[in-house]
Structure formats: structure tokens, C-alpha cells
Design a protein around this ligand. Structure first.
Ligand SMILES: Nc1ncnc2c1ncn2[C@@H]1O[C@H](COP(=O)(O)OP(=O)(O)OP(=O)(O)O)[C@@H](O)[C@H]1O
Length: 612
């Protein structure tokens, strides 16, 4: 039966590094250059994070207002100094004005320091809360969200996006507010001093807006292209680090370098162009400022000669013209940044709005359970309309061992996913001791389950803490006892620091068999009533395989166990074999019963038997 052999689960290992984090739809690394979709709603939600600091914010804005008013007043003092004291040569009054101006400048610097300090405290606290909220939200999200969202994208929202929000708000909020007051105040005072000069000074403003807009449109495009390319570069780096083994085995290093170089070169070119364009703005603004200066000086001089205004008014006007164009430039610059910050905030809130694992008030907490498991006409689909589990029914008595057998992609993992309530059934029921698992509190249910996967996840923590993960209150002695039962004690003893050896990224410095032994020790410690085991297919030497197998047998004793089975010995010993094909149970029974049937299982067994 060549066809079935090919599909059989008794298969050689598939070489590969496992799922690549960061794959999938919506892979974005930064939100710069993006526009917010619903500004009002985002503002409202952002306010939730800042509102507890409203008194502090009020204080900050008060100092900003006072600072801006002082800024508006100071050119008037210059006018007064020239007209009332310098021209009539009254030195004593000049000193007073000089002192007042020094006072204003010192006070302004002090206010600027206070504002910076206050905003820093507020934004750091807000980011702390936002990060915590997002992280705990991620813990509450159902597995299906992680299936559909790229891991890199989720990580980027937790780090980059939150940083963009707070950094920008920290830097821009006070500056925008102060710019607005300064601009309005300056225009008002300018009008009072000389309407004609004001109108003349303002003639540069449309020119300024037009030119800035012209350049900003170009640079915005270039910057967003830049961010996109940076995203591509990041994803190449991420994939290449995760997929190093595949790259090395297929000796595709040169190809990868070439791919990287291409994107890197493009990024550099776009980066240079973006910087060149945006670099035009400051000198251009300087030019326009000077133009305003010339206009004020020339026409002011003319008006003064004609006796319409005083020399002091010209001097203060020049100051106002400066004072008024600078915040205008700042506002233009900050507009883009603020937009990115709101877009980043929206990306954060989008995750916060994701659905959560639901729980109900009348949920049951299971105490001691016997471990009877029943699937009743269970249907399930990951994608609507495409069922992967079709009308599955079976019953397992407490303490029995069930082997799930079937070709790859037939639905074995999905069945155990449903039992763990990583996903809920579309229709039908899963019962534990006669109770529908949807009525059982999810945490409580999962506490009764022990899961040992082929490739278990280990944290970058000491070995003993990784085992203790199964029961946080376990003593060191209990950890060692569990390790001994799991046949893991011997290899742990020989690690550089024994039980205190800190594992590297996902325990990559251990063999797959050793990782599995740790997972078994962890499960032994958690003492679950129902076990879910995924037998290793590969990468385990015969000696370790024997250790794993005997540890698994010990673990299974007295517990209802579901084994995604790859070994004939396990399958033969199973109390019940479920043969799954295309989401359906096509045969069930014991090894002998199924062999006698001479059906699918018989053929699967024979093809395996022939090869072995
Ligand atoms: N998260 C998911 N989203 C959408 N479809 C999925 C998801 N996980 C699995 N599937 C699909 O569901 C079907 C059953 O997959 P499942 O992982 O249960 O098979 P399996 O029998 O455990 O396979 P294997 O022996 O290769 O581990 C497959 O067609 C698979 O493509």
C-alpha cells in the first residue's frame, strides 16, 4: 500500500526548526508613517492611561502656559527697553528690564525642566501600565489568536508600538501645547503693536506651509518605504536565525546573504534619499525665517522713518517673528510623529480588544476526578465550513490508555487540543466523568491534565525551576524524586551545575530526548488525572528512547492517557486504538481486534511491519 505508507504517521522525521515566529499575516514591525483610523476613540482610550495623572498634567500645562506667556511678554520688554530707556539714555530703568528678562529666562528654563521631568514620570508610568495590560491580555487570549497572528507582530506591538506611543507623547505633548499658545499669543500681540507689520510678516506663512507640505509629502513616502524595508530586513534576520539548520544543511548561506544584501542596499538607498529630502527642511525654514526678518526690518524701518512705529517696536517684532515661526515649524514636524503615535496606539488597542478565553459564572471546579473521557458526536473546524473533526465519538474508561493513530494531518493533535479546551467544539460534547468540559473552569480543567509534547517548551531558567513548573509549591526533594521517576536524574546530575544549570533558549543545549525527560518529570510533579502524550518520532538515541518510554509508562500508570502514538509497542499495549483518517474515526478497538478486521489499521500495521 504505497499510498498509505506515504501518509502514515509512522514516518521518518520531518527535518526543520519548527514553526518560525513572526510568520503569517500582518507581519509589521513598525507603525511609523501610518495613520490612525479612529482618532477620537484612540484618544479616549489613551486618556484612560493618563487620567490618573490629571493633577500632575494640569500642573505641567499650567507651567507651560505661564512659560508661553512669559515668552510672549519678553519681546515687549525689549521694545520698552529700546523706546523708554536706550533711546532716552535712562540706564537705571534698563537694568531693571535686563534683570526682569534674566528672571524670565531662568524661570522658563526651570519650567522646561519641571515639564520634562513631569512628562517623563507620567509617560513611564503609563507605559508600565500599558505594557502590563497588554502582556496579561496576551495570557488571556485563546490559542486560535496565536495561530492567526504573527508572533513577531505581537512582539512588535508589545515593544515598538508602546515605545512609539509614550516617547512621542512624552516629547510632543507639552511642545504642541506651548507652540499653540505661543503662536496665538504672538499673533495677538503683534496685531496690537502693528497690524501692517503683522500682515507683512504673515505673508511668509503660506509659503512656509506650501514648501513644508511639498517636501513632507515626498519624505513621508520615503520614510514609510524605509520602515517597510526595515520590516523586510527584520523578517529576513528573524527567519534566518530560526532557520539556521535548514540553511546550513542545504548550504544556502550565499543565497541568504545575497537576499539580505539586496534588501539592505535598497534600504540604504531609500534611507539616504529620505534623509536628504528631510534635511532640506531646516535650512529652508531658516531661509524663510530670515526672509521674515528682512521683511520686518525693511518695512519696519520704513514705517519707523515715517513715524508710524518706534524702533523698539521693530526690535520686538523681529523677536516675535522668530518666536512665531519656530513653533510653527515644530507643529509641522510633530504632526507626523503624533499621527504615528496614534496609529501605534491603535495597534496596541487592537490586541487589547481581541477576544479572551471565555468563562462563565456557573462554571464547575472539579475536585477529584476518576478520569472517564467521552467524545459525543464532536465536530470541529479551525476555519468555518472546513471541519477537521467530523462526528467523532468514543468513550474511555478511567485509567485506560488510548492510542491515537492515523496519517499526518488526520486530526490527532486536534482531538487533544479539544480535550485541553485550547479550542471549543463546534457541536457535540466532550465529557469528563460525565460533565461537559465547557462547564468546567478552564484553569481547573487544565490542572487535571498533563501534557507532554514531542518538542516540549523549556524556559531559560534553571533545570529545577523548569521541572517545578509542573507544581510551583514542590520542594527540591520532590523535584529530584520526580526526575528520578522520569529517568532524568542521571543526565541532570552530569550537567555543569546539576539541577541549577540554567538552560539556554528553549533548552537547545539539551538533546530532544533529554528535553522530553524533563517534560515527563514536570508532568509527574503535576500529578494529572488525565495525560496527553505525543510520542517522539525522532532524534532520540535508542538508550534515551528506552528511558523515555519507561518513564512514560510509569507516568501513565493509573491515569487515563491519550497517546499520539508512533511506536508499535505503545500501540500494541493500548486499551483502545482510535484510527483517525481525515477527521473521522474509521476504526476503533484493541490491536488484536483491529488486526482481525483486516481494514485500514491492518494495512497500516503491515506496511510499517514490512519496513521494520
Ligand atoms: N491552527 C490551525 N489552523 C488551521 N488549520 C489547522 C490548524 N492546526 C491544524 N490544522 C489543520 O487541521 C488538520 C488536522 O491537523 P492535526 O494537527 O490535528 O493533524 P495530526 O493528525 O495531529 O497530524 P500530525 O501527525 O502531522 O501531527 C490538518 O489538515 C491541518 O492542516
Amino acid at each position: 500500500m504505497p499510498e498509505q505508507r506515504q501518509q502514515s504517521s509512522f514516518q521518518p522525521p520531518v527535518f526543520g526548526p519548527g514553526p518560525v515566529p513572526g510568520r503569517g499575516p500582518g507581519h509589521r514591525f513598525s507603525s511609523k508613517g501610518a495613520k490612525p483610523k479612529d482618532l477620537r476613540a484612540t484618544l479616549k482610550r489613551l486618556w484612560e492611561y493618563f487620567k490618573e495623572f490629571k493633577l500632575l498634567l494640569l500642573g505641567i500645562f499650567l507651567t507651560v502656559t505661564i512659560g508661553a506667556i512669559l515668552q510672549i511678554i519678553s519681546p515687549l520688554l525689549i521694545q520698552k527697553a529700546i523706546d523708554n530707556y536706550i533711546i532716552p539714555r535712562k540706564l537705571s530703568g534698563l537694568y531693571k528690564i535686563a534683570l526682569a528678562m534674566i528672571g524670565i529666562y531662568i524661570l522658563n528654563s526651570f519650567f522646561a525642566y519641571l515639564q520634562g521631568y513631569g512628562m517623563m514620570v507620567i509617560s513611564q508610568r503609563a507605559v508600565f501600565k500599558m505594557r502590563n495590560d497588554l502582556f496579561s491580555k496576551i495570557q488571556r487570549m485563546p490559542i486560535k489568536i496565536f495561530d492567526t497572528r504573527a508572533h513577531g507582530d505581537l512582539m512588535s506591538r508589545l515593544t515598538n508600538d508602546i515605545d512609539v506611543v509614550t516617547n512621542t507623547l512624552n516629547a510632543s505633548l507639552t511642545s504642541i501645547f506651548s507652540s499653540m499658545i505661543t503662536i496665538t499669543g504672538s499673533i495677538i500681540v503683534m496685531f496690537i503693536l502693528s497690524p501692517i507689520l503683522t500682515v507683512l510678516t504673515l505673508t511668509v506663512v503660506p509659503l512656509m506651509f506650501w514648501l513644508t507640505n511639498l517636501i513632507a509629502t515626498r519624505t513621508r513616502k520615503l520614510f514609510s518605504q524605509n520602515q517597510k524595508l526595515l520590516g523586510s530586513l527584520n523578517s529576513i534576520i528573524e527567519e534566518d536565525i530560526t532557520g539556521q539548520k535548514v540553511i546550513k544543511v542545504f548550504t544556502r548561506e550565499a543565497k541568504e546573504i545575497q537576499k539580505f544584501e539586496r534588501v539592505n542596499r535598497e534600504l540604504t538607498q531609500v534611507g539616504i534619499r529620505a534623509q536628504i529630502f528631510s534635511g532640506i527642511i531646516p535650512p529652508l525654514m531658516n531661509l524663510l525665517n530670515n526672509l521674515a526678518f528682512i521683511i520686518v526690518a525693511a518695512s519696519g524701518g520704513f514705517l519707523a522713518l515715517k513715524g508710524f512705529i518706534t524702533v523698539g517696536t521693530i526690535a520686538s517684532f523681529i523677536q516675535y517673528a522668530r518666536q512665531f515661526t519656530r513653533p510653527l515649524n515644530e507643529l509641522a514636524n510633530q504632526f507626523n510623529q503624533i499621527q504615528s503615535a496614534f496609529a501605534a496606539a491603535e495597534r496596541v488597542f487592537e490586541i487589547m480588544d481581541e477576544e479572551e478565553e471565555t468563562s462563565f459564572e456557573d462554571e464547575i471546579d472539579l475536585q477529584d476526578i476518576k478520569g472517564e473521557v467521552e467524545f459525543k458526536n464532536v465536530w470541529f473546524s479551525y476555519t468555518k465550513g472546513q471541519p477537521v473533526i467530523k462526528n467523532v465519538s468514543f468513550k474511555v474508561k478511567p485509567g485506560q490508555m488510548v492510542a491515537l493513530v492515523g496519517p499526518t494531518g488526520s486530526g490527532k493533535t486536534t482531538i487533544v487540543n479539544l480535550l485541553s479546551r485550547f479550542y471549543d467544539v463546534d457541536s457535540g460534547q466532550i465529557l469528563i466523568d460525565g460533565i461537559d468540559i465547557r462547564k468546567i473552569n478552564r484553569h481547573n480543567l487544565r490542572k487535571k491534565l498533563g501534557i507532554v509534547l514531542q518538542d516540549t517548551f523549556l524556559f531559560s531558567e534553571p533545570v529545577k525551576e523548569n521541572i517545578r513548573y509542573g507544581k510551583l509549591s514542590a520542594t527540591d526533594d520532590e523535584v529530584i524524586l520526580a526526575s528520578k521517576m522520569a529517568n532524568a536524574h542521571d543526565f541532570i546530575k552530569h550537567l555543569p551545575h546539576g539541577y541549577n544549570t540554567v538552560l539556554t533558549d528553549n533548552g537547545m543545549d539539551l538533546s530532544q530526548g533529554q528535553r522530553q525527560l524533563l517534560a515527563i518529570a514536570r508532568a509527574i510533579l503535576s500529578d494529572p488525572a488525565i495525560l496527553i502524550l505525543d510520542e517522539a518520532t525522532s532524534n532520540i538515541d535508542t538508550r534515551t528512547e528506552k528511558l523515555v518510554q519507561s518513564a512514560m509508562l510509569k507516568l501513565m500508570q493509573g491515569r487515563t492517557s491519550f497517546v499520539i502514538a508512533h511506536r508499535l509497542s505503545t500501540i500494541r499495549n493500548a486499551d483502545l486504538i482510535l484510527v483517525i483518517y481525515n477527521g473521522e474515526i474509521i476504526e476503533q478497538g484493541t490491536h488484536d481486534e483491529l488486526l482481525a478486521k483486516k481494514g485500514f489499521y491492518y494495512n497500516l500495521y503491515m506496511s510499517q511491519f514490512v519496513v521494520v
